[in-house]
Design a protein around this ligand. Sequence first.
Ligand SMILES: Cc1ncc(COP(=O)(O)O)c(C=O)c1O
Ligand SMILES: [Zn+2]
Length: 395
Amino acid sequence: MTETDSLVSHFECYDCGATYELDHTEFPCPDCGGILDPQYDYDAIDVSRDEVEARQDSMWKYRELLPILDTDDIVSMGEGNTPIVDCPDLAEEMGVARVAIKDEGQNPTNTFKDRGASASISGASQQGIEEVAIPSAGNAGQAAAAYTARAGIDCHVVLNYQSNDIQKTMVEAHGADLHLVDGKLDKAGATFGEMREEHGWYTVATFQTPFRHEGKKTMGLEVFEQFDWSGPDEIFYPTGGGVGLIGIWKAYQELLELGWLDDETPPSLHVAQSEGCAPVVEAIEEHRERHDAWECPQSIGRGIEVPDPGASPWMLEAVYETGGTGKAVTDGEALQGALDAARHAGVEMCVEPGAALAAAMQMAEEGAFDEDDEILIINTGAGNKAADALDYAIE
Ligand SMILES: Cc1ncc(COP(=O)(O)O)c(C=O)c1O
Ligand SMILES: [Zn+2]
């Protein structure tokens, strides 16, 4: 065994505060159904931020802040460590000092979901699990299929028929067991719940496994490092289940706790959603602490078409504590956002991050930013994941 020097100590339920040992495999919280969150002994850190910065590997450069104890359990393909791409034309158009894109499309399966898959499949390996299951809009299922293939773990992926051909094909290419259900993501989730009960599957679903959002957290850790340990002023995130948004919020809190931030003011975290499915934006507009489930979700960005995100209280905490906002855009505006990134910055985006760029551009038009503001858009997935949709928008 080679120790990772992880500072992880236990899991704690975000909702009821119950604590569990690291070998606990019953997710979510058996007491209340809440989210289990890894906790760390930050005082025991014996690496400096400069030493971490000098590491050039993957998201696992932050291994002290990830919940895996033995390097043999790490399932990695070099995910993370993605670039910040400056977009001076967009900055000029928006009248701000800087617009940059964190390009998560450059991950092994072309989305930020690889971070969650790397962490959750490493977690499964650490817990001695040989078979896992996941419901997904498409990208997370593809990522889980890739990482389980690498780890030699069996994987069941529940997708909707509407998931795109790349996602469905690659799940099977990796040798995972693909189940297609009709309806939308909530139907896949419900079917998954029934199948899980019947087969006793170990879940790597969003906010069920405590490992997955920890992987997404590394996106936030990298952003602070890449912005000279102070962060941009505004971050726009295409929000579905909120895993990445909460990950960035947790990254900020950890770096604050470690004393690694030069500027302790958090970036404002902005939730971008689709007008056809905007439960979190609606809750922000009404300043509520929890969303109401969205009736009849309709969005071309399937990853942000999440009508009933269980982690909304945690997302809303992140937005309110950082002075963020919520903005919903139409499908047409999201597609235009993706085309704007492609045409003005060369960056290939799928539809969901297109919504984030469109939201930022609309807020710029409304005069929401100062001219010295630095704005970061999270490009959660590459354009090739949505080539058909983009083709539809090209005039
Ligand atoms: C490309 C893309 N962007 C954004 C999201 C939403 O992610 P989160 O669950 O972190 O809100 C997804 C989730 O499926 C996605 O595939
Ligand atoms: Zn609980």
